[in-house]
Ligand binder design. Structure first.
Ligand SMILES: *Cc1c(COP(=O)(O)O)cnc(C)c1O
Length: 431
């Protein structure tokens, strides 16, 4: 067989999820990606050391900067998302916080929707302001014009999730990308809930994609990890990003100019933030995430099919007052879902119950197959009460602005038998 598959991006998604980024020929013909459990690599001579540290030669020196196992993971997600380069991190939050720090400096802001993962809301709303980076909140994410209004002189990026948490709202990504580009700033998309199998943000104008690989990419609830991918076409030389101009000047001449420009964001992300803040992903974790990604398309197809069935069952149940799942024709996001998610709208749904928090508590106590935990994207079905967990600590107004209510449960539908899942929910709702 030929080992060229590792670099052929013309192959189908299902083939690339198994092969891209890995060359067995360079790894003693090991069929599995080896786990390079080492802190450092031999420099192999004075001249080579110089070339490595000026980036004239690609290679490995110290594990906090890069590792061959992580390198395969980075190349694989770059291939699946259709991007130019990627960097791996120890968690999704490490990836997202490093992206914001790479884009914005003290005095700058990030325009973001409020319907974000709780950790991202806290990062932008409470932590980064202490370092001079603030959020410019987009109040009506359903209206692209609200994004234009939120972008000020010091706004350095627009940040959205491809499927919002926990209400599964869909932003009109193509329209928002156009608005961001009119103002010379990049669109950053957290693509965790969708995965590149369901949605590829770069095809609609996004510039940077980040992931909590902990969720569907790993897929089995065993391993924390984060990934950032760069599309490769953004102009960092438009006057708004002096930090990238400076970084470019440091590297210019040693790396081919076209390559340097296409990968400038991820090179600075690695050199400044991964390396200096130190949120590195262990090579064993990179291996486990790669193993999960081999079956991504199969799992996601099944997740989507089960989620649709569960959503249909719940929306017809008298104990349920509403179901948020954009794949349902009754959803106000159904038209956007058809445009952006022809393969399905993921497997997270939020459900509001008649009977308030008490009813939500009873369901949590009665479910037997669904596990009560704050994770999502596991092959196993999970359920949680966001108001007292993922969104704990926010005021009622803040919770409602994020689409969280006390009578609401969030389900992450797994790949079990859908009949068993529906029966489990039925007995929990009716018991
Ligand atoms: C879980 C999650 C994160 C954070 O990722 P960790 O791997 O837990 O740090 C960020 N964004 C979204 C949408 C998530 O679901």
């Amino acid at each position: 067989m030929s080992y060229e598959a590792f670099k052929d991006d013309a192959l189908a998604f299902e083939t690339r999820q198994l092969h891209s980024g890995y060359d067995p020929g360079a790894n003693s013909l090991s069929k599995a990606v080896p786990i390079y459990q080492t802190a450092a690599f031999e420099l192999g001579g004075f001249e080579r050391c110089e070339r490595l540290f000026t980036f004239e030669e690609e290679g490995f020196s110290y594990g906090r900067f890069s590792n061959p196992t992580n390198d395969v993971l980075e190349k694989r997600i770059a291939s699946l998302e259709g991007g130019a380069a990627a960097v791996s991190f120890g968690s999704g939050m490490a990836a997202i916080s490093s992206v914001f720090l790479n884009l914005a400096q003290a005095g700058d802001d990030i325009a973001a929707v409020k319907t974000l993962y709780g950790g991202s809301t806290t990062l932008l709303g409470k932590l980064l302001p202490a370092y001079g980076i603030t959020a410019s909140w987009v109040d009506r994410p359903d209206d692209p014009a609200a994004f234009r209004a939120a972008i000020g002189k010091r706004t350095k990026a627009v940040f959205v999730e491809s499927l919002g948490n926990p209400g599964m709202n869909i932003v009109d990504i193509e329209a928002v990308a156009r608005i961001a580009h009119e103002r010379g700033i990049p669109l950053v998309v957290d693509n965790t809930f969708a995965t590149p199998y369901l949605f590829r943000p770069f095809e609609f104008g996004a510039d940077i994609v980040c992931h909590s690989a902990t969720k569907y990419l790993g897929g089995h609830g065993t391993t924390l990890g984060g990934l950032v991918v760069e599309a490769g076409g953004f102009d960092w030389f438009n006057g708004g990003y002096p930090q990238f101009e400076e970084f470019h000047a440091e590297l210019a001449g040693t790396i081919e100019e076209g390559n340097l420009r296409r990968t400038l964001f991820t090179r600075r992300l690695r050199g400044r933030y991964l390396a200096e803040l130190g949120a590195h992903l262990s090579p064993l974790s990179a291996f486990l995430l790669l193993q999960g990604m081999e079956t991504l398309s199969l799992r996601v197809q099944r997740h989507v099919e089960n989620a649709r069935r569960v959503a249909e069952f719940l929306s017809g149940h008298r104990a349920v007052s509403s179901v948020e799942y954009p794949g349902l024709p009754t959803s106000r996001y159904f038209a956007l879902a058809k445009k952006y998610f022809p393969r399905g709208t993921g497997a997270i749904l939020s459900v509001r119950l008649r009977g308030g928090e008490e009813a939500a508590k009873r369901v949590l106590e009665r479910v037997r197959i669904f596990d009560y935990l704050v994770n999502l994207g596991d092959a196993k079905s999970l359920i949680v009460h966001p108001s007292t967990s993922t969104h704990y600590g926010l005021s009622v107004e803040e919770q409602e602005a994020s689409g969280v209510y006390e009578d609401m449960l969030r389900l992450s539908v797994g790949i079990e038998d859908s009949g068993d899942l529906i029966e489990d929910l039925r007995q929990a709702l009716e018991g």
